[in-house]
Design a protein around this ligand. Sequence first.
Ligand code: THU
Length: 133
Amino acid sequence: MDCKELLSAARAVAPAAYAPYSGFRVGAALLFEDGSVYTGVNVENRSYGLTICAERSAVTKAVGEGHRKIVAVAVSCPDARYPVSPCGACRQVLSEFSDPDCPVCFEDGEGKAVTTTLGELFPYDALHDLKET
Ligand code: THU
């Protein structure tokens, strides 16, 4: 599965986002080493700080079902006019389950997309020595 297909999965799930406060719906899709794909959406809360991003909601689903190794990440935001990359907190969490060469692609609602790697988005990992795998 390439980034394009993974982006389609992220795009397909984005309408299920619960984003009544920001109006900014986000869908994420994660490819795991066994070929399985897990998706997630952002889930906001009226106590705004409790919001969980799409990427972390996908991670918690997948890890709860035993998956540990992400090999590609896609994020789709139909409400944005620029490609929306994973936020800082999500970069940290994604790094727990992926290598720096893991491809990350992200798109806006107008068809613009960027492909990069987790290492580009999250360089100088301060805690790399503490990583389990
Ligand atoms: N959001 C995500 O789901 N992922 C990101 O990487 C960027 C931000 C969500 C959180 C919040 O619901 C909305 O976008 C606006 O910040």
